[in-house]
Design a protein around this ligand. Structure first.
Ligand SMILES: Cc1ncc(COP(=O)(O)O)c(C=O)c1O
Length: 546
């Protein structure tokens, strides 16, 4: 594979011409049509050279790197070979309407044809105002004031800022939960409980972490530290592996917040927007937070829209005077025209097509089918849980249950997959059954199922039958198959492993090819010849010829 990189250039421009140039040559740019028709090999080169080489390795490990999506419609992606892939991933909850909902496309097309305005900075925008009104109509209680942005992180940043200002400078501390995920921008990273994401960034200290759903820990914190002004919780933890708390927890939380004057921010970026069978997940518990945030499906699957929605009182305390109004007004793209009308049309579709009710009933059916699968494979499936179309399927950690012969092989896998059946199952579901599912950041044993809210029973049946069929192969067969056909890299590593088992030695010739031209043994993708030469040539050669 050739990696296309730009030729090295000096970083400082010297000899700037004194006169304006008469002609600026167009660089070698890819056109839209060329981008659309790019093949997988070129895509891979560009992704590796300019986007994220490390992520590419992970995709290769799962076998996802061979797929080029040509189009997407409803519940399906369609790849370069015309294969339909059933989408049970749903962009982590970003695709309530499935792909390219016709009403949403039509609203956008019309907006473009009418040459409407986009940027909402100089003048008031009828589109942003209407979207804010719609969100206030939908939101219970006093959740009336809306800040529009482009992402979940931005909406959560706005939520933190409005809450911090309303709480006042004497109460700057925030309580957040273990295994929380609120985004990757620097502010919300301080209350996101992922070592990987936090890296070694300089974050805002002094926040207090409590176990999710532990009301006693929260009460202790509130009682002992009067500087606490804000508590931030996902109503259903997504990145943590679809974790819910009891109704009692939420009701006590509301009371405690009122008692101690702490502002409760409910992060509904993933679990909101009808996904759990109510517009907001907190509605299941008959409580209303002081501030909330939405994103993902808010953009109808076609636009990037995030929103912070705050109680009017809180908003007015933070930004209610002419002097404070601009402290955190929308950014350049907050509430831009086409994104706003996309979100407006999407909200109308959500109710016109009864998608929230569908999430509840189809979600119940999905849960029921998965409970059946759990009962059938109790040694493989540890738990199924969730609400509506936000479901987690947890596998037992299999690293200890695996036959000794497979353990060294699994130990060689990428860290992300160690002891986790999710990677193997996800990879094989895509390869053999044309189904896409999502993995879970903090709990590698959990597969997240967040299909579009247009999902029907027939889709659930297809998914559940596929999973059932795959699990019927048994863990050992799944792991062996995954490694045999997708993870040639591991086998090549095993070729140099001194303790290589006979059974696995037999598999090696299937993944190592003898190259007549160079008289060398090479592994097929994703291992390059250089890698073989450097790391395992002698052993690979021995194995190949034996
Ligand atoms: C609960 C929650 N909050 C915030 C975010 C951040 O959203 P975004 O990726 O749009 O910035 C996410 C994203 O997955 C999320 O799940």
């Amino acid at each position: 594979m050739t990696i296309m990189t730009k030729p090295a250039e000096p970083r400082t421009l010297i000899d700037a011409p004194s006169l304006a140039p008469t002609h600026i040559a167009k660089p070698d740019l890819i056109t839209v049509e060329q981008a659309k028709s790019m093949d997988v090999a070129r895509m891979t080169d560009l992704f590796k050279a300019h986007v994220n080489p490390g992520q590419l390795l992970f995709m290769k490990l799962l076998g996802f790197h061979k797929v080029k999506i040509e189009r997407a419609e409803g519940m399906y992606y369609y790849d370069q070979n015309g294969r339909a892939i059933l989408d049970f991933f749903g962009g982590f909850g970003s695709l309530a309407f499935g792909h390219n909902h016709p009403r949403i496309l039509e609203a956008r097309r019309k907006f473009q044809e009418e040459k409407r305005q986009e940027i909402a900075i100089a003048f008031m925008s009828q589109y942003a105002s209407a979207l804010a009104y719609n969100l206030a109509q939908i939101s219970p209680g006093e959740l009336d004031m809306v800040f529009l942005g482009s992402t979940g992180s931005e909406a959560m940043e706005a939520a933190l800022k409005v809450a911090e200002r309303a709480a006042g400078p004497k109460r700057p501390k925030i309580v957040y939960a273990e295994n929380s995920f609120h985004g990757k921008t620097k502010g919300v990273l301080s209350i996101t409980d992922g070592e990987l994401y936090r890296g070694e960034f300089k974050l805002v200290g002094g926040n207090i972490k409590v176990p999710f759903g532990d009301i006693q820990a929260i009460e202790n914190a509130f009682r002992s530290d009067p500087q606490i002004g804000v508590i931030v919780l996902e109503t259903v933890q997504g990145g943590g592996g679809i974790i819910q708390a009891q109704t009692e927890f939420w009701q006590k939380l509301r009371k405690l917040c009122d008692q101690y004057g702490v502002i409760w921010v409910a992060d509904e970026v993933q679990c909101g927007y009808g996904r759990t069978g109510r517009f907001y997940a907190f509605e299941h518990y008959s409580v209303v937070p002081d501030v909330t945030a939405l994103a993902k499906s808010l953009g109808g699957g076609k636009a990037a829209v995030g929103a912070m929605i705050a109680e009017r009182d809180i908003y007015m305390k933070a930004y209610g005077t002419p002097k404070t109004a601009m402290i955190h007004a929308a950014a350049t793209f907050g509430g831009i025209g086409e994104a706003s009308i996309t979100a407006i049309e999407a909200l109308n579709v959500l109710y016109d097509e009864n998608l929230i009710e569908n999430a509840a009933s189809t979600g119940d059916y999905l849960l029921e089918r998965l409970k059946g699968i759990q009962a059938k494979y109790p040694n493989i499936v540890k738990d199924v849980r969730g609400k509506g179309l936000m479901i987690g399927l947890e596998f037992h950690d299999f690293s200890q249950a695996l036959p000794m012969v497979l353990r060294p092989m699994v130990a060689l896998l990428d860290d992300k997959l160690k002891g986790s059946l999710s990677g193997f199952v996800g990879s094989l579901l895509l390869r053999d059954y044309n189904v896409l599912v999502a993995f879970t950041d903090y709990n590698r044993n959990v597969i997240r199922l967040e299909p579009p809210l247009i999902c029907e029973r027939k889709h659930v049946d297809f998914f559940a039958d596929s999973l059932d069929n795959l699990l019927s192969r048994g863990i050992v067969a799944i792991v062996k198959d995954f490694v045999k056909r997708t993870q040639r890299r591991v086998l090549v590593e095993l070729a140099i492993h001194p303790g290589l088992n006979e059974e696995w030695r037999e598999l090696l010739p299937q993944v190592l090819a003898f190259d007549e031209r160079t008289d060398a043994t090479v592994a097929v993708e994703p291992i390059g010849r250089e890698w073989i030469w450097r790391r395992c040539w002698p052993a690979a050669r021995t194995v190949s010829r034996s």
